[in-house]
Design a protein around this ligand. Structure first.
Ligand SMILES: Nc1ncnc2c1ncn2[C@@H]1O[C@H](COP(=O)(O)OP(=O)(O)O)[C@@H](O)[C@H]1O
Ligand SMILES: [Mg+2]
Length: 312
């Protein structure tokens, strides 16, 4: 299905997941990368996106063009959570600061993406973990004003502590991001078990792991061995870009591109993160290939959401 058809189908469905938390117990697996590039790809499909940075490292915030400056401060998710009041998140939403090099105007992707940013002081919210109901404070902050977004994507830090639990309490669904190596798979499984055991404790008994994205896939036999050995409960959640290596045209007059099964390890992705841009900023062949990968990921993501809603 093309993006337009998917978009129409999705908008017809009223009962569907909108808030997705991206997580892994382990760091450096590409959570922030996936949240950012998926948000950009969903915006290219025409969806309105809110991203929320729940990591005190604030990598997502920086990569979306917002550098915290003491002289020109902005409010962040930390203040919203601290305030502990319904709807306060609306007061800390900012636009994404991605601008067209030539015109200086926001890119077409940026126009459809808003962000609730973070800064390092988010770590102080950990102190509130013991307070009754504290885990529901992010959910409260998001109540009553977010329905115009098609998707809300929450980036998290690599642990199972209070900040991640705030995100879990606010989410409809958890998306695991992992690299097929032993430790990272273990981190994903640990998070899945946590979600299954503690949804109720977090005031969110419906919470579940709905999808799992494989990142930095290099087709090595070690990675394929890890993937083959995944527990069935995780295997069934895997989102494949393409099982059969479908080819996509890149409109550059050159050869068509054969999509990999999962998000590959590509230098362009790391470069885009360093520069704080969407991969679509790179217009050469490699850039188009990378953009095609995330376009396909976004399509598969939306297809899953539609399928789940129809089955519910
Ligand atoms: N598929 C990929 N190919 C190449 N580099 C990647 C890929 N995914 C992530 N990276 C790089 O790996 C590093 C860690 O990714 P990041 O998204 O920050 O991980 P996390 O949020 O899980 O800690 C970043 O420098 C990022 O650019
Ligand atoms: Mg991160």
């Amino acid at each position: 299905m093309g993006p337009r058809v998917l978009r129409r189908k999705l908008l017809e469905l009223s009962k569907r997941s909108r808030v997705f938390m991206f997580g892994n117990h382990k760091g450096g697996v590409g959570k922030t990368t996936v949240v950012l590039q998926l948000a950009a790809a969903l915006a290219r499909m025409g969806f309105r996106i809110l991203v929320i940075d729940m990591d005190p490292q604030a990598n997502l915030t920086r990569r979306m063009g917002l550098e915290y400056d003491e002289n020109d401060p902005f409010s962040t998710v930390s203040e919203a959570v601290k305030e502990n009041r319904e709807g306060v998140g609306a007061g800390v939403v900012l636009g994404v600061n991605w601008n067209d090099e030539r015109t200086g105007q926001p890119t077409s992707e940026a126009e459809l993406i808003d962000i609730i940013p973070a800064r390092f002081d988010l770590i102080n919210r950990e102190q509130e973990a013991g307070a009754v109901g504290a885990v529901r404070r992010l959910k409260k902050a998001l109540t009553g004003w977010t329905s115009h977004y098609d998707f809300i994507l929450i980036d998290t830090r690599p642990d199972l502590g209070h900040l991640v639990q705030l995100a879990m309490a606010a989410a409809d669904e958890v998306v695991l991001v992992f690299e097929p190596d032993y430790d990272t798979v273990a981190g994903a499984i640990r998070m899945q078990e946590f979600v299954e055991e503690h949804g109720e404790d977090l005031g969110n008994p419906e919470l579940r792991v709905g999808m799992a994205f494989v990142n930095r896939y290099d087709r090595s036999s070690e990675q394929d061995y890890q993937l083959a050995g995944l527990p069935e409960s995780l295997k069934s959640k895997l989102v494949e870009l393409d099982a059969g290596g479908a080819v996509v045209g890149l409109d550059d007059g050159g050869e068509d591109y054969r999509l990999p099964r999962y998000i590959p390890r590509i230098a362009r992705i790391k470069e885009a993160d360093g520069a704080g841009v969407s991969v679509s900023e790179y217009r050469n062949r490699k850039g188009r290939e990378t953009t095609a990968i995330f376009d396909r990921l976004a399509e598969k993501f939306v297809e899953r959401v539609i399928r789940e809603a129809e089955a519910a």
